[in-house]
Design a protein around this ligand. Structure first.
Ligand code: UD1
Ligand code: CA
Length: 506
């Protein structure tokens, strides 16, 4: 029998006290409704009907990317009314599964168990036993133990409120029968609404079979009606994902201190993840990868045996095997690191490829660069890739050694095996295998003494004089020209090739 899934998502969610429609409230970085749609898809339904109403355009816009049918419930007259609206497009011979946009953690396995009796002609309701059942509809059974009705919390007698077996809100039934029962709904209750829950008594009256199927656990059927329940759902979601990682072979320093958001995280064996990792989107960690404390990793693949040290941020990046990243590294989108690369503290890499065994260990910015293998980028090196209007590339060939504190004014190319002296501002390409440096000559003033303390008047007069001097523009080299017409690397006479490698090690 083809399956139609109906997702109720029209309610406002008054108890959220929010401008955002309830089903758009984020759980693990995605709207509540997204979680429900994902689970619905896992059942391979013929169609998914989302009943929307409150915040309509906003809800539809947020799910532009989803292939679902939208059913407008202009007035929220109750859950029964909402299902009725969707029934107009569902043929009698389908099985209907009703899900709630605010019951986000439901698993496909429980739903499969609900679909089996429905395919057999029964009304199947998903139930759960709760000690603390405030807000939930109570399941009533007759003397013979058969389900006879559901009574809403607000309509229940004191005695009925003692019942621990409650309705999750989710149910499945043959479409033709469901349509018939729904036609019998009225609004004779404390909220003057068409209750979906009343179909139970109507099915019983019509001589149809009703079966309560117990949910696998209470987490799955947790309803999110306020922000306290939202936080509860978040922490349970986190626990479920942490479990998945442990089952797959990751050791977690503390399963309560890992966040997985909007994510498909996969791990190979013997991964170790320290506390406060935030994993977002599609993340893969290869075998024996170690993640230090407080790392944020978003859309990344990390190769086997790589270690990420504390407080590193990794965003849309591919990292090879045996790399060492951080602490305090920032890898931005478009970064591709080959095997054995070291990126150290306070190093930012953006949109750059870095070849095998190359290192940038301290305080550097590498942007829009192609770096070869066995390159050493000294502390404080900056690829000056932006002229205020355009982004320019830098190329550093295999085996180059960039001295500390170098400014590489792009576009340029550092030839293979070149050495750049520390503190150089390099504004055009440099030849391979040679030392290039560009820095002022060092002088020592023979007659100089430290200034003495001035009295306030002397100080004020000196400031006044300095401010009145006319700043004068001087003709300088036109860097614009260099950027516009780039020649290939050309050897130049440089200063004596003394040992310039007084910079960063490794
Ligand atoms: C509902 C059930 C209750 C069950 C509980 C489980 C009914 C009458 N009650 O109560 O038995 O224990 O869920 O979580 O069904 N909605 C619409 N249109 C409407 C009204 C609601 O689309 O006119 C949607 C809401 O957006 C929400 C869902 O239906 O996603 C449930 O509605 P809500 O008002 O939260 O029902 P509960 O009071 O939680
Ligand atoms: Ca609810």
């Amino acid at each position: 029998m083809p399956l139609s899934v109906v997702i109720l998502a029209a309610g406002q969610g008054k108890r959220m006290n929010s401008d955002l429609p309830k089903v758009l409230q984020p759980l693990a970085g995605q709207p509540l409704l997204q979680h429900v749609i994902r689970t619905a898809r896992a059942l391979n339904p013929a169609d998914i009907e989302v009943v929307y109403g409150h915040g309509g355009a906003l809800v539809q816009a947020a799910f532009d990317h989803e292939d679902v049918d939208w059913v407008l419930q202009a007035e929220q007259l109750g859950t029964g009314h909402a299902v009725m609206e969707a029934m107009s497009v569902i043929p009698d011979e389908h099985t209907v599964l009703v899900l709630f946009g605010d019951v986000p953690l439901i698993g496909a396995a429980s739903l499969q168990r609900l679909l089996a009796p429905a395919a057999d002609g029964a009304l199947a309701i998903l139930s759960v036993n709760l000690e603390e059942a405030a807000g939930y509809g109570r399941i009533l059974r007759d003397a013979g133990g058969q389900v006879s009705a559901i009574v809403e919390h607000k309509d229940a007698s004191l005695e009925q409120l003692q019942i621990k077996e409650v309705f999750s809100g989710l149910l499945a039934a043959p479409a033709g029968r469901l349509r018939a029962w729904l036609l019998g709904l009225g609004t004779n209750n404390s909220q003057r609404e068409y209750y979906l829950t009343d179909v139970v008594a109507l099915a019983v009256a019509a001589g149809d079979r009703v079966e309560a199927v117990l949910a696998a656990n209470a987490t799955e059927v947790l309803g999110v009606n306020d922000r306290i329940q939202l936080a509860e759902a978040e922490s349970r979601y986190r626990a479920m994902r942490a479990r998945d990682l442990m089952v797959a072979g990751a050791t977690l320093a503390d399963p309560a201190r890992i966040d997985i958001r909007a994510g498909e995280v996969s791990v190979d064996r013997d991964v170790f993840i320290d506390v406060n990792a935030v994993l977002i989107g599609k993340v893969h960690l290869g075998a024996r990868v170690k993640i230090g404390p407080n790392c944020v990793i978003k859309n990344a693949r990390i190769g086997a045996d790589t270690e990420i040290f504390a407080n590193s941020l990794i965003d849309n990046t591919l990292i090879g095997e045996h790399c060492r990243i951080g602490p305090f590294a920032r890898l931005r989108p478009g970064t591709v690191l080959d095997r054995g690369v070291h990126i150290g503290n306070f190093v930012e890499v953006k949109n750059s490829e870095i070849g095998a065994d190359s290192k940038a260990n301290h305080l550097s910015y590498v942007g829009d660069a192609r770096v070869g293998r066995d390159v050493n980028i000294g502390a404080g090196t900056i690829t000056c890739n932006y002229d205020g209007a355009n982004k320019w590339p830098t190329r550093i060939d295999d085996g180059a050694f960039i001295g500390s504190g170098s400014m590489l004014v792009a576009p340029l190319r550092i030839g293979a095996g070149a050495t750049i002296g520390a503190g150089s501002t390099i504004a055009s390409s440099t030849p391979g295998g040679k030392l290039t440096l560009a820095r002022p000559v060092q002088t020592t003033a023979a007659r100089w003494s430290r200034p003495g303390k001035l009295d306030p008047e002397q100080l004020a007069a000196a400031v006044e004089r300095a401010m009145q001097e006319e700043p004068a523009a001087q003709d300088g080299p036109a860097t614009q020209d260099k950027r516009a017409a780039q020649d290939g690397p050309a050897a130049q006479d440089g200063p004596a090739a003394q040992d310039e490698a007084n910079d960063s090690q490794e």
